[in-house]
Design a protein around this ligand. Structure first.
Ligand code: PMT
Length: 427
C-alpha cells in the first residue's frame, strides 16, 4: 500500500460526512476534464477516510487539470489514465473495475462525458467501464451555466435519468469562468452523502425503489400569477417545493416526469421535462396538452381560483377613492382532468385551514380523483413556503394514511408509495 507524501494520510479536520462507514465498498471514481477536478481530490480523501476502496479513472482532459499522482497518493491505488496502457497485474481493466464496482461515480461530469454516455459511446476507459458495469452510476455534472441549460445537455440528462443513472443537481454560484448560475459541482461532502445513501440498505434510489419505471408522471407545482396590469398580479405563497420534490422523487424512482411549474425561484430539476407557465390559463393549456401522454397526474400546484375580469393594458393609475376589482373563476384544471380521466391515475392536493379531511374528501369526489393529499396549511411548519409538510393521503377506496411532519421529499416518497400501490393493484 502507498502512503501519502507526508506519510500520514489524509488531513485532520472533521468532514461532517454523517454517512457511516464504506468499509468493503469499491468506489470507481471517474474524473473528467473540468476545473472542478481539483475538488475530486477532496472527494477521494473523504471516501478513503470512510474506508472505501477507491479506484480513479481519469480522462485525458482531466489530466490537464490535476495530476494522476494526486489521486494515486490519496487513493493508494494505481490511477487509470490510458485504455491501452500496460495492464500489469490487473485483469482486462475496464471489465474488472466495472465488475468490482459497488458504484461508479463521475465527478466532475462534463457535458462532453454526459453526451458520450447518453449516446452509447465508449471510446476511453471511463466510458467503457460505465458501459460495462451493472453497478449504480452517479453523475455530478459540472459546467458553465449556459452549457448546463443547453437543451442538448438537458435532453441527455433526461435520457440518462430515465435509464436509471442517478444525477445530482449542480449547485448555484460563481463559476470558474466568472459567470454566476447553476453548474457548480456539488461539494465533496454532499457527493459522499449521496454515495452512502445509494449504497446503504433501503435507499430511495436502489433498484427495488425503481417502481415507477416506464410510467409517465405529470406534476404541477408552484403558484399562478393572475395579471391586473403589466406590473401587478394576484398570487399566493406557494414556493413550488412540494411539487418539485414530487417530480424529483418520481424521476429517481424511474418515471418519465414532466413538471409544469408556475413562477418559483427553484431551479428546474435535472432529468425532467420542465415547462414554466405563469397564469392558471397557461397552466390549464400546458396540462391539457400533455395529459394524453401521462399515466399519473399529481396536482400540487396552488392554482388561483379567481382572476381579474379585465387586465389593464397600461399600469393602473392611483385614484383618490377605493378601487373595486371584479374577479371571475379560472378554469378548474383538475376538474377538467377528472372529466377526461379514462384509465389515468389522478392525484389532487387540497390546501385547507379547517375541516381538512372532510373538505379534501369532498374535492376527491367532486373532481373525480383517485387520491387526494390533504394539507393543513394553518400549521406554521407545513404547507406553503416551508421545507416540511404533514399530510393525510386519502384514497377513493376510503383508505386514510397520516404522514407526520417530515421533509417534503419524504412526503413525496409517501405519496408515490401510495401511487405505486394503486398502480400495482390495477395491473
Ligand atoms: O409550493 P409549496 O410552498 O411547497 O406548498 C405546497 C402546497 C401547500 C401548495 C401544496 O402542498 C398544496 O396543498 N397544493 C394544493 C394547493 C391548492 O390549490 O389547493 P386547493 O384546495 O385550492 O385545490 C385543490 C386541487 O385542485 C389542487 O390539486 C389544485 O392544484 C387543483 N386546482 C385548483 C384550482 C384550479 N383552478 N385548478 C386546479 O386544478
Amino acid at each position: 500500500m502507498e502512503t501519502d507524501m507526508n506519510g500520514n494520510g489524509t488531513g485532520t479536520h472533521d468532514d461532517g460526512d454523517a454517512s457511516g462507514s464504506l468499509r468493503g465498498k469499491v468506489v470507481v471514481l471517474g474524473v473528467t476534464g473540468g476545473i472542478a477536478a481539483y475538488k475530486s481530490a477532496e472527494l477521494v480523501r473523504r471516501l478513503v477516510k470512510l474506508k472505501a476502496e477507491v479506484h480513479v479513472i481519469m480522462t485525458k482532459a482531466a489530466q490537464e487539470f490535476v495530476s494522476p499522482l494526486t489521486f494515486r497518493t490519496l487513493s493508494s491505488n494505481p490511477v487509470v489514465t490510458d485504455m491501452f496502457g500496460e495492464p500489469g497485474a490487473w485483469n482486462v481493466m475496464h471489465v474488472s473495475l466495472a465488475q468490482r464496482a459497488d458504484i461508479v461515480v463521475v465527478a466532475p461530469a462534463t457535458a462532453n462525458c454526459i453526451g458520450k454516455i447518453a449516446s452509447g459511446i465508449a471510446d476511453d476507459m471511463l466510458t467503457t467501464t460505465i458501459m460495462a458495469t451493472q453497478a449504480p452510476v452517479l453523475l455530478a455534472p459540472s459546467m458553465n451555466t449556459r452549457m448546463f441549460l443547453n437543451p442538448i445537455v438537458q435532453g441527455n440528462l433526461r435520457k440518462l435519468a430515465s435509464l436509471g443513472y442517478i444525477i445530482m443537481e449542480p449547485a448555484e454560484g460563481e463559476l470558474a469562468c466568472g459567470d454566476v448560475g447553476r453548474g457548480r459541482m456539488p461539494e465533496p461532502g454532499e457527493i459522499v452523502e449521496k454515495i452512502c445513501r445509494i449504497l446503504s440498505d433501503g435507499s430511495p434510489v436502489m433498484e427495488d425503489k425503481r417502481d415507477l419505471e416506464g410510467i409517465s408522471v405529470l406534476v404541477t407545482a408552484g403558484p399562478t400569477q393572475e395579471a391586473l396590469d403589466p406590473v401587478r398580479y394576484l398570487t399566493n405563497r406557494s414556493s413550488g417545493k412540494m411539487g418539485y420534490a414530487l417530480a424529483e422523487a418520481a424521476r429517481d424512482r424511474g418515471a418519465r416526469v414532466c413538471l409544469i411549474s408556475g413562477p418559483t425561484s427553484l431551479p428546474a430539476p435535472v432529468g425532467v421535462d420542465f415547462i414554466r407557465v405563469r397564469s392558471a390559463q397557461e397552466m390549464f393549456e400546458a396540462v391539457i396538452a400533455r395529459f394524453e401522454d401521462a399515466d399519473v397526474v399529481i396536482k400540487a400546484a396552488a392554482v388561483a381560483d379567481y382572476r381579474p375580469v379585465r387586465v389593464a393594458g397600461q399600469k393602473i393609475k392611483k385614484g383618490d377613492g377605493r378601487m373595486v376589482l371584479e374577479l371571475e373563476p379560472t378554469p378548474d384544471i383538475l376538474g377538467e382532468l377528472g372529466r377526461r380521466k379514462g384509465a389515468k391515475l389522478l392525484v389532487g392536493f387540497a390546501a385547507e385551514t379547517r375541516d381538512v379531511v372532510e373538505s379534501a374528501k369532498d374535492k376527491l369526489i367532486r373532481k373525480n380523483l383517485d387520491m387526494i393529499v390533504a394539507n393543513d396549511v394553518s400549521r406554521y411548519d407545513a404547507g406553503f413556503n416551508v421545507d416540511t409538510n404533514a399530510v393525510t393521503i386519502i384514497g377513493r377506496d376510503g383508505s386514510i394514511e397520516e404522514v407526520p411532519l417530515s421533509s417534503k421529499r419524504e412526503v413525496a416518497e409517501k405519496v408515490l408509495d401510495a401511487v405505486a400501490r394503486l398502480m400495482r393493484a390495477r395491473s
